[in-house]
Design a binder for this molecule. Structure first.
Ligand code: GLY
Length: 360
């Protein structure tokens, strides 16, 4: 079966890899470079146990995807030769107020592998944290990686297994009529296929319109900055943002959540807000050098949940978008379940809550 995957972000590349592993013949189309949008801009935290997303099925999907990571990473690193800088550094979710401490303690009671640490233990875990913090939820299993390198590794592994990865190739239309799509038009020629998967992040909406159903996938801007600092060992998630120690002596601070359309620029105001957040959590960052700033556009959806499944009214077109703040975390399970769906025609029960059909 020949499958055209549209979108070279972490979701499209993961789908391409799982399809290729199942011996489909994949053509991956990316209008720019691999991981050139939100996937390359993300912080790369794999937060699952320490966050309650407020939706049981979504939380189950997130935890199942986190559990797939160690095996997937060994495989993609071996096939692609790319180091994705994966580490299980653990995450500390801090409480500065009694009210938030109560909320975190309630989360700890419901979650295996997450413990409450009082202020004195917190200071031992992370001496640079603000000494007035009341305590924190601590999860050893939350992990971190370089999401741009992960995306390249997924694409590289898919290519190694035979996928045809085409960058600088923009989809301009679809071939075929009625419920069956015969392929796609691109700026460099037509590509025929037996199935098409749209995983183009916030750019999925204009593509969906060409197929007769406008699926809103609004871009949600996130601004970030990087400090040169070695002052942390764990990822820290405060009430107003997060700090993530990265390779090469950096700490990333993020992120804004902004509805500003496709404007992928940073703003002085938001960056100043990130600096305030960072130095209130870790005072020494108030004098650390900021080495870079950037922004990315996450794919939103009408209800904030991913949109994964068969395109309404089409027999052989599938959607995988709307992952919002969970794209990197959900890449393994999305890749695996979408590959099964395309190849068998049956959706795993875990995908049902995320079906595009829920928007009518
Ligand atoms: N996943 C982190 C963020 O969206 O800011």
């Amino acid at each position: 079966m020949k499958v055209i995957v549209v979108g070279g972000g972490v979701i499209g590349c993961s789908i391409a890899l799982y399809l290729q592993k199942a011996r489909a013949q994949v053509v991956l189309l990316e209008r720019g470079g691999i991981g050139g949008e939100a996937s390359g801009a993300a912080a790369g935290m794999l937060i699952a146990p320490i966050e309650d997303a407020g939706n049981r099925q979504f939380d189950e999907l997130r935890r199942a995807s986190l559990a797939m990571y160690p095996t997937l990473i060994r495989e993609v690193q071996r096939l692609s030769g790319v180091d994705v800088e994966y580490k299980r550094q653990g995450m500390i979710r801090t409480a500065g107020t009694e009210d938030f401490a109560r909320k975190l303690k309630s989360l700890v009671r419901r979650r295996e592998g997450v413990e409450w640490v009082d202020a004195d233990v917190l200071r031992e875990l992370e001496p640079a944290l603000d000494p007035t913090l009341l305590g924190a939820a601590y999860s050893e299993s939350d992990a971190d990686l370089n999401p741009g390198m992960l995306t390249k590794a997924l694409a590289g592994a898919a290519k190694k297994l035979g996928a045809d990865v085409r960058t600088e190739t923009m989809l301009t239309g679809f071939l075929g009529r009625g419920a069956f799509v015969e392929g796609v038009r691109t700026n460099v020629g037509d590509v025929l296929g037996d199935a098409v998967v749209l995983a183009a992040g916030p750019w999925t909406e204009p593509l969906s319109q060409r197929l007769g159903m406008r699926l809103p996938t609004p871009p949600v801007r996130g601004q970030m900055l990087a400090y040169r600092s070695n002052s942390l060992r764990h990822a820290i998630w405060g009430e107003d943002g997060y700090l993530v120690p990265k390779a090469r002596g950096m700490i990333f601070a993020g992120a804004t959540v902004e509805d500003v359309g496709f404007r992928k620029t940073t703003t002085a105001r938001a960056l100043a807000g990130l600096r305030r957040m960072a130095s209130s959590l870790v005072p020494v960052l108030g004098v650390a050098e900021v080495v870079s700033t950037w922004a990315g556009l996450r794919p939103g959806s009408p209800d904030g949940l991913p949109v994964i499944g068969r395109f309404p009214g089409k027999d052989n077109v599938y959607l995988a978008t709307g992952h919002f703040r969970n794209g990197v975390l959900l890449a393994p399970i999305t890749g695996s379940l979408v590959a099964d769906l395309v190849l068998t025609g049956r959706a795993d029960r875990r995908l049902r809550p995320f079906s595009p059909g829920r928007f009518g």
